[in-house]
Unconditional design. Sequence first.
Length: 256
Amino acid sequence: MYLIGQACYTAKNHGRSLMLDIIRCGNHTLLTAVNNPLNIQQDWFAPNYWQRKDAIIAEKKGRSTTWFFDYSGGVGVLRHYWRGGLIGKLLSDQYLYTGLTKTRTYQEYVLLAELEKKGLNVPKPLAAKISKNGLIYRGDLITQAISNAESLLEILKNRPLTLAEITHIGQTIADFHRQGVFHADLNINNIMLDNNGKVYIIDFDRGRLVSPSHWRLKENIQRLHRSFIKEKGRNGSFFWDVKQWDQLIRAYQDEL
Ligand SMILES: Nc1ncnc2c1ncn2[C@@H]1O[C@H](COP(=O)(O)OP(=O)(O)O)[C@@H](O)[C@H]1O
Ligand SMILES: [Mg+2]
């Protein structure tokens, strides 16, 4: 069987506020920055494509695999959308399609672009792909890798955070909350620290903008607290205690 290259075209009406191009290729829709400056094609979303080029520089295995690849110009991070929980066991990576802008992939891509524009510390979104098949879709997202960064979980297994780092973490969460950014899963895997002490928040699947006074923002803080406690319980060495949580909350509240 021969694979025939699909003709792609850029939809005339750009996405909300002209931040993205919507490129249609058969059953697939690609989202990229306007005019697709990196010339991202469908094959960017296939780990095999980067493997063949010997361009995979790392893989992270959690519930699923995240691929880090070198695209001559930078490092991209490719993540496929997988379902969690009980439904995930049956439907794995399939979601009900009710319109492009309703897909989790579209929503995360657009939210990241908006947050980046607001000057918040998030990974830059490079592209997203939504593949539709009848009533279902599958999704993938590519972000720019945050260089020389580790998650709080990775760090705390090896050393405690300094007071300056804890303060930056509290302040960074407050920066997001002052702008009404609700994160659907704020845990210590989704907060990263680079080697200049800059704090990033990642993984905005199901995140959204709410009013800065919205009660749900408190859930982020409670979720984060539970995540420190849970990881302390399950990791032999974990450099974290109550005093540090108090410092984080103080920095958060001072900045709010
Ligand atoms: N842009 C990025 N730069 C650096 N590391 C990243 C980036 N995006 C994801 N990662 C790493 O990959 C892991 C998984 O990515 P994430 O977006 O949190 O997906 P999920 O939690 O759904 O697997 C993160 O915990 C982080 O270590
Ligand atoms: Mg995550």
